[in-house]
Ligand binder design. Structure first.
Ligand code: KIV
Ligand code: NA
Length: 270
């Protein structure tokens, strides 16, 4: 197998093949996800919640993100994995200035990430452009952005209503313009995320709780394995059901995303 790259992801999009992404935080699970055919591994700052037991992602540090990224990348190297690795820039590591964002992104690349992810629209476009111009692939993240959960008033659907939808579409276009290669859309109405997907050509949308109209899907690994400590979000499916191994569960996820059976409409109340 050839390594997953941005051109390969663009080819997949062109022929209508859905892109699959899962989070992983350590060597073994990253290797298993890769073997199951997952194209993109996100070392998400959700590790603050699932690995560190924090109540939100706001307390995760860049040092912790680098530690987990290194582990994931070592695991992939061990098995000659091909996955595209995205490292999350944690809260506070890119907010001060473009220069700070570049330093933080460089740390994640040094840890082995191929791409960095940051949350938010509007002010982030300038930062994205700065990183992309300097050769760092960037994934953006709109809709429910967990790093700003306190400002959003909880983990709830975003982009509802005409004004909010318009702003989300505008932010998505600005981020594509700035050079973002991917865009996570989290907890966004299915119709809106499908519209944004059609509007974007060079930036591939990856949905989570955003319906099936996106170019790809992502889930937090612990959620799709049915080992979430809290309440499972409504958009999650437990892929361990009917499977006898983690690898089979991940392979079932890949199949379901590719054949369009995940997500299904009943998983969305919005
Ligand atoms: O940190 C994370 O796991 C994420 C995904 C939910 C997109 O950002
Ligand atoms: Na994240």
């Amino acid at each position: 197998r050839k390594p997953v790259s941005l051109p390969r992801l663009a080819e997949m999009r062109e022929r209508g093949e859905k892109i699959t992404m899962l989070t992983a935080y350590d060597a073994t699970f990253a290797a298993v996800a890769d073997a199951a055919g997952v194209e993109c591994i996100l070392v998400g700052d959700s590790l603050g919640m699932v690995c560190q037991g924090l109540s939100s992602t706001t307390g995760v540090t860049l040092e912790t993100m680098c530690y987990h990224t290194e582990s994931v990348v070592r695991g992939l190297r061990r098995v000659q994995g091909t996955a595209w690795v995205i490292g999350d820039l944690p809260f506070g590591s890119y907010h001060e200035s473009k220069e700070q964002a570049l330093r933080s992104a460089a740390d994640l690349l040094r840890a082995g990430a191929h791409m960095v992810k940051l949350e938010g629209g509007g002010w982030t476009a300038e930062t994205v452009r700065f990183l992309v111009e300097r050769g760092i692939p960037v994934c953006a993240h709109l809709g429910l952005t967990p790093q700003t959960v306190h400002a959003l008033g909880g983990y709830r659907v975003q982009g509802r209503g005409d004004a909010a939808a318009l702003q989300l579409r505008r932010h998505a276009l600005e981020l594509q313009d700035a050079g973002a290669g991917m865009l996570v859309l989290e907890m966004v109405p299915a119709l809106l995320s499908a519209e944004i997907t059609t509007e974007l050509q060079t930036c591939h949308t990856i949905g989570i709780g955003a319906g099936k109209g996106t170019a790809g899907q992502v889930l937090v690994m612990h959620d799709m394995l049915g080992i979430n400590l809290g309440k499972n979000p409504k958009f999650v499916r437990n892929f361990m059901e009917g499977q006898s191994s983690v690898r089979d569960a991940m392979a079932a996820y890949v199949r379901a995303v590719k054949d369009g059976s995940f997500p299904d409409d009943s998983l969305h109340a919005w």
